[in-house]
Design a protein around this ligand. Sequence first.
Ligand code: NAP
Length: 226
Amino acid sequence: MSTVLVVGADKGIAHSIVRQLHERGDNVIAACLFDGADLTADGITVEPNVDVTSQESVEALATRLATTGTELDALIHVAGVMWLDELGSIDYDLVRKQIEINTLGPLRTVEALRSLLQPGAKVGIVTSRVGSLGDNTSGGMYSYRISKAAANMAGLNLHHDLAESGISVLMLHPGMVATDLTKDFPGEHTYITPEQAAAGLIKNIDNLTPENSGRFQHSDGTFLQW
Ligand SMILES: NC(=O)c1ccc[n+]([C@@H]2O[C@H](COP(=O)([O-])OP(=O)(O)OC[C@H]3O[C@@H](n4cnc5c(N)ncnc54)[C@H](OP(=O)(O)O)[C@@H]3O)[C@@H](O)[C@H]2O)c1
């Protein structure tokens, strides 16, 4: 049985990851921004009030887990936001806020919790293909693209720095997933369910080894360009 911390688990893709890991018998800890009451009701361990933009909050989580002797086999950072913008109406306060959540959130979380990661542990950071430089053929979405591209860089750096501790790091794209995050996304798209995305992401983490660490992978298993 693995001990897995999932961050940003109140709803959406992370919520499905938590439920699937719990159902297969893993010891899953759901770090939620709010109280995670529905998860607690189903017997899942919840760490409430974890705001990845708050150093104090994330360090308090690390202290609570350390105090209970928690040793993590995997940490999956999923928390994120998507606020759309376009050239001519960019709100720089929102750009900074989005970077605070999407880029610094996973970095802050992994840095604070790294002493709880066992040798051989796995880190998954959900970013987005929208953050791929090579895949950007349309422009737009300035702050989201910037925040996710930088998250990929933070994750790649973590891969290099944590490799000596035997820890593998994978950046993850969930696919186009029907969640609150995408409900107002313009255009016609084919969406998968959070359950489908979660199943693919869990498979990617299961298959993560030091040999394929430091890469960017779609929930369908294909590796993506940066
Ligand atoms: N859905 C897609 O198609 C898609 C595609 C590519 C990448 N992604 C990425 O996948 C991840 C999950 O997205 P999702 O679709 O599952 O969206 P979601 O349903 O909106 O879930 C995102 C979760 O992150 C939480 N969160 C936001 N700010 C946080 C903070 N400061 N600290 C802790 N938690 C925070 C949200 O809480 P509140 O909403 O209550 O504030 C929410 O529970 C995100 O990183 C997103 O960028 C999604």
